[in-house]
Design a protein around this ligand. Sequence first.
Ligand code: ZN
Length: 676
Amino acid sequence: MIQSKFPELLHGGDYNPEQWMKQKDTIWRQDMEYARKAGINTLSIGIFSWSFLEPEDGVYDFAWMDEVMDNLAANEIKAVLATPSGARPPWLAEKYPSVLRMTNERMRRVYGGRHNSCLSSPDYRRKVTEINTRLAQRYANHPALAIWHISNEYNNDCHCPLCQARFQEWLRARYGTIDQLNDCWWNSFWSHRYTSFEQVESPTSPSWLGENESPAAQLAWKRFCTDNLVDFFNMEIAPLRQATPDIPVTANMMGTFTGLDYYKLGRAMDISSWDNYPQWTGDERDVAVSEQSAFKHDLMRGVSDQKPFLLMESSPSAVNWFSCNRIRTPGTLMYQSMQAIAHGSDSVQYFQFRAGRGGSEQYHGAVINHTGSANTRVFREVTDVGAALKQIAPVAGSVTRNQVALLYDWNDRWALDIAWFLHRGNQKYEETVLDHHAALSMQGIGIDMIDQDSEIDAYRVVVAPMAYLIRDGFSEKIEKFVQNGGRLVLTYASGYVNEESLTFQEPNPCLLHSIAGIRVDEIDALDDRRTNHFIWNGKRYEVKEVAELSTLDGAKQLAGYEEQFYAEKPMLTVHPYGDGCCYYIAARTDADFLCDLYDKVLAEAGISLLATEMTDGVKVTARYDGDNQYVFLMNSSHAKGTATVTKPMRDLQTGELIDGMCTVQPMSIRVLVSAN
Ligand SMILES: [Zn+2]
């Protein structure tokens, strides 16, 4: 794996000079001038350039790209060079129709749009390999080449016969025999036992068309789509690895996008990267928007096991696909940019550098707007971000050292989304993990996101909300963690099914109930009109939406439900286990309870806080290099905030010495440094 350390923080964005091919004498020259002026040191090119790079099948034109690469090098700008598979030219679909995806209604798409090629098509794979090989060989030794940007926002699935065949091949490799698949999928239900792998098809939509009600089949399809995509990704990077073994590869992801298990994709790359488009409001609702963004930054760092990541895209102003597209209010761009760095990004990059005159993204925010002038508020704010990134350049390459891990596993999410129980289709897995992230981050700590495959020995607290599906090996790992002194927080809806989405034949939370010290007897879905309550440490809290009825089996009850037939049943328990312990939360609550609980759990675990006495909307993270600790105090409130740092520090941008209480201006971030 190639180290992603750059000597400086990257600042740049998606650059589409091919849209201005006929005005390159003016526009291209101005682009370089403006990039220098804005402190841009990185531009992503070639993402949607296939029809210019290969205007006809087998006819290549790299002369224009040579010129762009030379321009970048001459201006000391790094190229994040893309493979063009995100969108293909019309001739390719016309000549090789197998590249066109088939929908889950089994309809072949016609040419158009982007991100819609069949990843199983041998023709598509061959054409992508050919053009990637030529790009790699041509620019292997070009001084501008810094990073490979693989495709763009890989997403969604294809249901064509080629994909069905690969799915069946994948099933054969996973299950060995059709009998085993039938058993794992519980196909004795509704007389669905297959007699050959060739009978198995991908899930359909609408439901009357075919199979779309088998949880195991749907889960298998999700897993296959990720594996097929990672296989395609590895095929894309093979010629790049051969020609440029030292150039890191990345593919830009999309936060909590449900279509792919990003841990699998993230672990296949050298640097993870993602596109962040928070819907800032310009008022106090920004505290919640900021928290969502923080959660996703942590997740995108987590998918490549906590290494620094890249913010590959963000908008310097409005986006254009929400129903209400607000521009960034003054200062929001700086906050959004510095927040990414605070959570482990080594870059701030935008979509897009120059606004195109047409196409569906003609009104998407850009560093340079349609007037082509640098005398705009957005351009000045981008320039300010460039200057700030230079001031905090020592942060580049530094890493996090968090003591608390929070589980977000795509398998849990998928299995819950698919499951026919509770609030079917609305299990709120993402919202629940986000609630725990928010409550933890209010304590004055940074948080690592993990999946069930992650190493957890180095953490002191692991929080696993709605760990519904227990993959092979996870319960043993958790047991060892708690035995060795770790603190585990488990919640309702954990340990219900195995890796194949089959229920266990023991009490929930299965495989974990000896650690939790409780046995769940029933789980209930509460509608909006039904709540319950409990009192803990003298304070009364509300229960909503999901509640379990359990029996103690070794755990100590800290709080019981108040009302109805739930009364006195355990709502919050703790169970000492080995040198550690397990807290179990039996029902969904509001944030106030989670905040109070984590205040206690983190104190018991001896977690070092990065800051204390933070006012509403203030959060904190830290990054470390060999010598220094960098603390980021973030205030997403539109009122002035304060926090108390736990040791004397220096403001990396102003040089001010901070000892004790630190003021943070509304919607702004301070970067403090001290010796480790
Ligand atoms: Zn296909």
